[in-house]
Design a binder for this molecule. Structure first.
Ligand SMILES: Cc1cc2nc3c(=O)[nH]c(=O)nc-3n(C[C@H](O)[C@H](O)[C@H](O)COP(=O)(O)OP(=O)(O)OC[C@H]3O[C@@H](n4cnc5c(N)ncnc54)[C@H](O)[C@@H]3O)c2cc1C
Length: 417
């Protein structure tokens, strides 16, 4: 099949690349524009999980109640930088609204439905790009500090996930030891999700996606997009202003991660997507065998065995993308990781990057109202790796006028009012 249109995509992260590759499969001509090399935004430094179990919005009443204490606790995974407060006002009140039971239920239903589509979309993308060597299917473990926190989860989120049909096994500390002998006895047991996959290198996955994109005729521009100018008529397409030239496309996809908000201001669209920064440390993993991602859920960190070492990833710091790093965060993560591993390993490197986060934990997927030549694909928060491939498919289906695999109303930008 071929479609006579030229699509521009802003952003060569996991979401933009997945969208480009889906469109190419349908015979569409695509240009990606990114100011960095592919996969060097948030898609560089994540924990690498295709987190099939993640079907509950973060915005819920329990989270709302625990917010004040978490923000006061210096060692809590959640924090916000004072200079970023103003940006959080439009986000904050919508977060509170999203926590209300009816809205939470809507969010949960939408996440469940999109998650049910991810495995097929991921597999098609892995096959298209021959990247299965970077994907491991070993499941993942989530551990709890105490029998009390474990029991609370069993009564709460784990029971909810079981009702959603998520495959899981509840394990005692002894059963965890049998699966992961090199994890220390810091916990009271946990949950094993057998269907979770992970990548050995998020950035290499993006690089390989990009290589395949170029191999079949895609164009990649290393440029900073300054503004977007859609024509009044859809048939006239959209101009994309770069530093030294303006490029015209029939259609445009904004997949610029946390920076999408500022880009969209150039067309007068205000979107409450914020920068929720996460950190990672790469530890020397020599002499240790960790077979799969292992999370300490009370501390909100994961250790994932990656190609270049053990990656400790986590924290949620609401701060500008370019704000100075908070070294205190890195130290706390190292403390937790050392407890998980029973010794302090050598730190090879560390990183900070911005998740594009929405107040209701759902991504933005769909067209700009009144301007259907511009599609939006961002705001994946903690789930960009997990939902990247299916997002690309849904955006592409809508753009080509095909029946979308699910109703996109829950992801429409209009939900923010
Ligand atoms: C610590 C951490 C752990 C995580 N763990 C997981 C996980 O285990 N599983 C999971 O599913 N998700 C995880 N995530 C989330 C995931 O990484 C993100 O949701 C995902 O990478 C977002 O991808 P993206 O393509 O939308 O954005 P990005 O990867 O940030 O890509 C956006 C791109 O747009 C480009 N860009 C922006 N503005 C412009 C402009 N004006 N001009 C040109 N280019 C521009 C940027 O350079 C960038 O390359 C984690 C995130 C973090 C921080």
């Amino acid at each position: 099949m071929s479609h006579d249109m030229h699509v521009g995509i802003i952003g060569a992260g996991v979401v933009g690349l997945s969208t480009a590759l889906w469109l190419q499969r349908q015979g569409v001509k695509v240009t990606i524009i990114d100011r960095q090399a592919p996969g060097n935004g948030a898609s560089f430094g994540n924990a690498g999980l295709f987190a099939d179990y993640a079907r509950l919005p973060f915005a819920n009443m329990d989270a709302l109640k625990s917010l004040p204490n978490m923000l006061l606790d210096k060692k809590s995974p959640l924090s916000l930088q004072a200079g970023y407060m103003l940006n959080l006002i439009p986000y904050g009140w919508r977060f509170v609204r999203a926590c209300m039971d009816k809205n939470y239920q809507h969010g949960r239903a939408a996440l469940t439905e999109i998650q049910n589509l991810t495995v097929a979309a991921d597999n098609a993308l892995f096959d298209q790009t021959a990247t299965r060597d970077l994907i491991k299917a070993e499941g993942c473990l989530g551990l709890f500090s105490t029998t009390e926190s474990y029991q609370a989860a069993r009564d709460g989120s784990l029971a909810e996930r079981a009702r959603q049909g998520v495959a899981m096994e509840l394990l005692s500390a002894t059963e965890v030891k049998a699966l992961e002998p090199d994890i220390a006895d810091f916990h009271a047991g946990g949950v094993f999700y057998p269907n979770t996959r992970f990548t050995l290198s998020p950035v290499q996955l993006c690089q390989r996606y990009s290589e395949e994109f170029l191999r079949v005729g895609g164009e990649l521009l290393c440029e900073d997009v300054i503004a977007i100018q859609p024509a009044a008529e859809m048939s006239q397409g959209v101009d994309v202003q770069l530093h030294n030239e303006t490029r015209k496309f029939d259609r445009l996809v904004v997949a610029a991660g946390a920076a999408s908000t500022s880009l969209l201001k150039t067309i007068g669209l205000k979107v409450p997507v914020v920068s929720e920064r996460g950190y990672h440390l790469t530890l020397n993993g020599e002499g240790r065998t960790i077979n799969r991602p292992v999370g300490w859920l009370d501390k909100a960190i994961f250790i994932t065995p990656m190609q270049d070492g053990l990656r400790v990833a986590g924290t949620a710091e609401f701060a500008a993308e370019d704000a100075p790093r908070n070294e205190e965060k890195v130290n706390v993560m190292l403390e937790h990781a050392s407890e998980m591993l029973g010794a302090e390993p050598e730190v090879k490197s560390s990183w900070v990057g911005s998740r594009p986060s929405t107040p209701d934990s759902l991504p933005v997927i769909g067209q700009v109202p009144g301007c259907p030549q511009v599609s939006l694909a961002f705001g994946h928060g903690h789930l960009g790796v997990t939902l990247g491939a299916i997002t690309g498919q849904l955006i592409g289906e809508q753009m080509l006028g095909l029946k979308t695999a699910m109703d996109l109303t829950p992801f429409a930008v209009t939900r923010f009012g």
